[in-house]
Design a binder for this molecule. Structure first.
Ligand code: PLP
Ligand code: COI
Length: 354
């Protein structure tokens, strides 16, 4: 059935696939809902978005995405509460960051209305797909890439913006063991580290494969110049607790300005936890691990939420983090997820009703 709203053509599936999904055993980002949003940039303008059945995309072999990697994405989640109400978390921040990434990758910026109206309409249409199981949610993947053709190494003249939805369980199962990386770099000053550009992730896969072979699940990136400052993990910003102080590195050209990171910082302040935003050196973290003042390390991100790190490796040495009964990670994860799932009052104004 097709319906037309003021802005958007909606083509619905004739039969939903939802009955084929085992919502009690969801992995991360591997099953997709019935519908997706597509929006084309042609002749110098973004056209109105459309919602269509989830399907493969057809592209020219010379589409510039394949050759020059003009590709960016966002990661968000939708949550369904006990009353069947649907919520997003700070979606305007994702929209703004999408356009920051777009600008850096010479992709035309998307109008806010297309993002917000498209997102709300799509999530509302597929809301039955939002898992209600503890720890599960509907992962939302907005992305944009160069669909225009040609081998000339210059920005494409056509782009696609797409949103797909994936009912998902936890990103990590269990605690995370990380390796502090000193040879490879994720990003550099003047580079694209602050953008959510696809190539930032491709460049991490090989060093992460090497770390996985050594028994770690993630790499902790250090700055490309000295490898002495702890910056971020593959898909997370990093927090370190030394004694009672919670520390995270400042954002920069090299680090993604994570929405979870800034929310955790605000919640921590609200909880009366002393916080510092400053460079964290490998030397101080190792010294703190040795003298017992290193209490916690955790990653923070939309997919990973708050993921405690159980140990870190550095130059053939492993350092274990203590098991704490009332860790900051547990407290902060509870506070942020209670807001996201509408289990607690949102004094910050972050929750957004669909
Ligand atoms: N850092 C990187 C490299 C990421 O890919 C992500 C995930 O989106 C984050 C940090 C966390 O950002 P956010 O909390 O906005 O999801
Ligand atoms: C997210 O947290 O949304 C991300 O984008 C991480 C992703 C690379 C899985």
């Amino acid at each position: 059935m097709e319906t037309t709203t003021r802005q958007m053509r909606i083509e619905k599936v004739s039969t939903s696939k939802i009955d084929q999904v085992d919502f009690d055993n969801l992995s991360f980002g591997s099953v997709f809902t019935d519908h997706m949003l597509v929006c084309d940039y042609k002749n110098g303008a973004w056209e109105a978005p459309e919602i269509i059945p989830y399907q493969a995309l057809s592209l020219e072999p010379s589409a510039k995405i394949f050759h020059y990697g003009q590709s960016i994405f966002e990661g968000m989640k939708a949550y369904r509460d006990a009353e069947d109400q649907v919520w997003l978390f700070r979606p305007l921040d994702n929209f703004k960051r999408l356009n920051i990434s777009a600008q850096r990758m010479a992709i035309p910026e998307l109008p806010e209305e297309y993002f917000m109206e498209g997102l709300k309409t799509l999530v509302d249409l597929d809301k039955q797909w939002i898992p209600q199981q503890e720890g599960s949610s509907l992962y939302i993947r907005p992305f944009m890439f160069a669909s225009g053709k040609g081998f000339h190494a210059s920005p494409a003249d056509e782009y696609k913006f797409v949103i797909c939805l994936a009912p998902s369980g936890a990103y990590f199962s269990g605690k995370v063991k990380v390796l502090i990386e000193e040879k490879y770099s994720r990003s550099a000053n003047g580079g694209v580290g602050y953008a959510k550009a696809g190539g930032n992730y491709a460049g991490q896969f090989y060093p992460t494969q090497l770390a996985v072979k050594k028994g770690y699940s993630q790499v902790i990136w250090t700055d490309d110049n000295t490898h002495e400052n702890i910056e971020e993990a593959g898909a997370m910003n990093i927090f370190v607790r030394i004694n009672d102080t919670l520390i995270t590195g400042p954002t920069s050209d090299r680090i993604l300005d994570g929405i979870t990171r800034k929310s955790i910082l605000e919640i921590a302040k609200d909880e009366g936890i002393p916080t510092e935003v400053r460079k964290i050196t490998v030397t101080e973290v190792i010294a703190a691990a040795k003298d017992g003042s290193l209490k916690e390390m955790f990653g923070a991100g939309t997919a990973a939420v708050v993921s405690p790190i159980s140990s870190f490796g550095h130059r053939n040495m492993d350092y274990d983090l203590p098991e704490l009964s009332n860790s900051y990670a547990t407290r902060l994860k509870k506070r942020i997820t209670d807001i996201q799932y509408n289990r607690a009052e949102d004094t910050f104004g972050w929750r957004f009703k669909v």
